[in-house]
Ligand binder design. Sequence first.
Ligand SMILES: *Cc1c(COP(=O)(O)O)cnc(C)c1O
Length: 428
Amino acid sequence: MQYQRSSKLFAEAEKVIPGGVNSPVRAFKGVGGTPIFVKSAKGAYLYDEDGNKLIDYINSWGPMILGHAHEPVIQAITERAKLGTSFGMPTELETQIAELAVSMVPNIDKIRFVNSGTEACMSAIRLARGFTKRDKIIKFAGCYHGHSDSFLIQAGSGASTFGMPNSPGVTQGTAKDTLLAQYNNLENVRELFENNKNEIAAIIIEPVAGNMGCIPPKKGFLEGLRDLCYENDTLLIFDEVMTGFRLAKGGAQELYNIDADIVCFGKVIGGGLPVGAFAARSEIMNYLAPLGPVYQAGTLSGNPLAMAAGLAMLSELNTDSEIFKRLDEKTAYLENGIRQVLLQNKVVFTINRVGSMISVHFNETPVIDFETAKGGDNERFKKFFHGLLQEGIYIAPSAYETWFITDALTYDDLDLTIKAIEKVSRNL
Ligand SMILES: *Cc1c(COP(=O)(O)O)cnc(C)c1O
């Protein structure tokens, strides 16, 4: 692999952008070395500034579920751009994507579009607090809900990679309203309810955690949270920014058959453009301005280019009845392949997977929460990451990330990947 041009571009970027990047995990701090600068991408592949071709297992951290530069999405954006790129006025397009999303996702009557997953989660808890007239929320260690203040408390992912579970700049006043529980630990949540009677507005959770690697909910865990929320008049917020339109048409709610009160979206819903959304039944959504008292707004919210991309993406996912099954099968094939080669080479590992979310952990014990996720062998992960990069395979540059499988990957791509992992695992 050649890195000269990426190195040069990174050095230039560092002079004018903090750390050379606009989002920390891109900087390779968790694995060392120089970030790869992308020139273009198509289908399952990235093409970088040095002329390398990489098989991509990040896919913009999830959105490109049908592969890069997917034709119907690109076409929708291009055609829409000719009509003007932003008005700050309503368009029919917004109703079209809202209708489609509401038809695909269970338990929601209305949806509001914002510009990122961060905004979606931030607005969702404000809405939950306004609706319940309570201040506190419960979040789980290692779950990431964007970088708004209330959530930067053991936030997994980027925040974990850098060992900054609590960011400076978040006030004590804000932090005290975020109660922390262990993922997959129902007893923990029950205690928080007992000690904070009638004070908890909402539980926010990634129904399948994806920001400490992929961690599935234990059987009964989500059901237990649902019951506790009913008992305590607390809202259950599913942060489906990662799982939404990925694990099923209706996301984790559909997959596990659990009703959330508010659902947050991002990533896939924008088809690769900056989109987030939050949704709920009318009773809750009608609390939002201009109907209700909870304020929330956005100059570029519902932007026509973003809505066109999102609509094209959701339409494809809605009409292709085999898509989620196909993604699951491809990812299962990859999982089995990786298991075999790691076993052959006597590497200690755990693989977690739900549908097209998968992560490999160099742990001796099962990875079920943030504590166990942190127990992985990071040095081994670094070798694994750089070894794969040399073989033209691009996985996330952090041990705390899920791999995102795209439908553009062929079985040949998967075989090449398994072969590369075989080779790399001989020297782990
Ligand atoms: C990515 C992510 C977010 C934040 O979304 P941004 O668009 O990066 O602001 C929130 N929640 C989850 C579960 C995510 O994976």
